[in-house]
Design a protein around this ligand. Structure first.
Ligand code: ADP
Ligand code: MG
Length: 375
């Protein structure tokens, strides 16, 4: 059942971005060998690993090649084809299985899973055509957000319907990418997330609730602990633990929550992998979300998480990277992470900074006034 993997063995990671890179760094530290599969040569994860198979994620022959070379296989993102995973299982151990992938890859399946298990979600309706969109507007109300069911990230594949002056063209255009879902826009008090990891014995490690602020629908700044009511915090932990059990969680996942102005909690979405908001666990906790991912996947016991110091994390997008590099020699107390991506594109995540602080409010204010993040 629970196969245990030990240092010296090889871990294969599908996807070579920053999440794969930080997973690989944690695995290497423990003495594992790491192989990455990614279409971009010298991708961020490959830079800290033992080798890379340059292949697209949907090329079965590349994935089989990876599977044959590793003792255990994991992934850094949710858009891995579940059937492909089932296929490569013939060649290597894939302890995460496919349930979490299948449920979370598609916003309709995700919402149904959450509703069927009694978890609170925002009011929503499925939209396949413009006429379904107009009836959805009737039932869901305005303001609302139209989202593609598959493949969206960092606010991509979303259209805000603020009032009745929405453009039919914009709606039709989003619908060309496939089925959409219309969600009621919540009056947000806060957004928080719970990062949780598990192993195949059902043991869990839970990280303290993290509070998140977005800019243009992209995560900008996170802080831990979150400033929320104790009851809300408990509710988030309970929901996250139940979701993790319901998805047979192995490795790390993250549950994103909305809290509205009436303190009502909703599950926004689930990421079946380490999450941007959990990056601060690298410096702030006894184990990081990447450590617990590796432990879970390798079938080790799950540790109790301790927060050593409160922290904030700020993302460095393409436009922030150079000014951050220019400033970093004067901010030696900042934990600066550069993912090593070849090109600094606007609004693309290039790195992040974690700051350990006993005054979160003050540190956030300093970041707000720092010209690095002006744009
Ligand atoms: P993704 O992270 O995949 O881009 P999300 O559904 O998490 O997509 O949306 C991104 C951000 O947009 C959220 O973190 C939140 O700030 C905002 N948002 C999305 N859906 C809603 C909603 N129903 N009500 C209010 N804000 C929302
Ligand atoms: Mg999200």
């Amino acid at each position: 059942m629970n196969k245990i993997h030990l240092p010296g063995e090889t871990i294969g990671i599908i996807g070579g971005g920053q999440l794969g890179q930080m997973m690989a760094a944690s695995a290497k530290e423990k003495g594992f060998k790491v192989l990455i599969l990614d279409p971009t040569p010298n991708c961020p994860a490959a830079q800290v690993s033992d080798g890379q198979i340059v292949s697209s994620y949907d090329d079965l022959s590349g994935l089989i090649k990876l599977a044959k070379k590793c003792d255990v296989l994991t992934y850094e993102f949710e858009n891995v084809d579940a059937e492909t995973i089932s296929e490569v299982k013939k060649y290597t151990d894939v302890p995460q299985g496919t349930k979490a992938l299948i449920v979370t890859q598609n916003r309709i399946r995700e919402k149904s899973f959450l509703e069927d298990n009694g978890f609170p979600v925002v009011k929503h309706a499925i939209v396949n055509s413009y006429s379904e969109f107009t009836s959805a507007i009737e039932s869901v109300g305005i303001p609302a957000i139209l989202k593609t069911v598959e493949g969206g990230y960092d606010g991509k594949g979303q259209l805000r319907i603020e009032d009745n002056s929405f453009s039919e063209n914009d709606v039709q255009e989003l619908l060309t990418s496939g089925t959409c879902i219309l969600e009621a826009q919540i009056d947000l008090l806060k957004e928080v997330s719970v990062v949780i990891s598990g192993n195949s014995n059902g043991e869990q490690s839970v990280f303290p609730v993290i509070e998140n602020e977005h800019r243009n629908n992209i995560l900008h700044i996170s802080n831990c602990p979150a400033f929320i009511k104790a009851e809300t915090e408990q509710e988030c932990y309970q929901i996250a633990a139940k979701i993790a059990s319901g998805l047979n969680l192995v490795g790390t996942m993250c549950v994103e929550f909305f809290i509205d102005t009436k303190h009502q909690v909703y599950v926004n979405e689930i990421a079946p992998r380490p999450h941007n908001s959990g990056h601060l666990t690298i410096e702030a906790c006894n184990v990081s979300q990447f450590d617990t991912h590796i432990l879970g996947v390798c079938g080790w016991e799950m540790p109790k998480v301790k927060l050593f110091e409160s922290a904030i994390m700020v993302n460095l997008l393409g436009q922030h990277l150079q000014p951050a590099k220019d400033a970093i020699t004067k901010h030696v107390d900042w934990y600066f992470h550069d993912y090593g991506k070849a090109e600094a594109k606007h609004n693309r995540k290039m790195g992040h900074i974690t700051i350990l602080t006993d005054n979160i409010e003050l540190s956030k204010l300093q970041i707000q006034n720092d010209p690095i993040w002006d744009k």
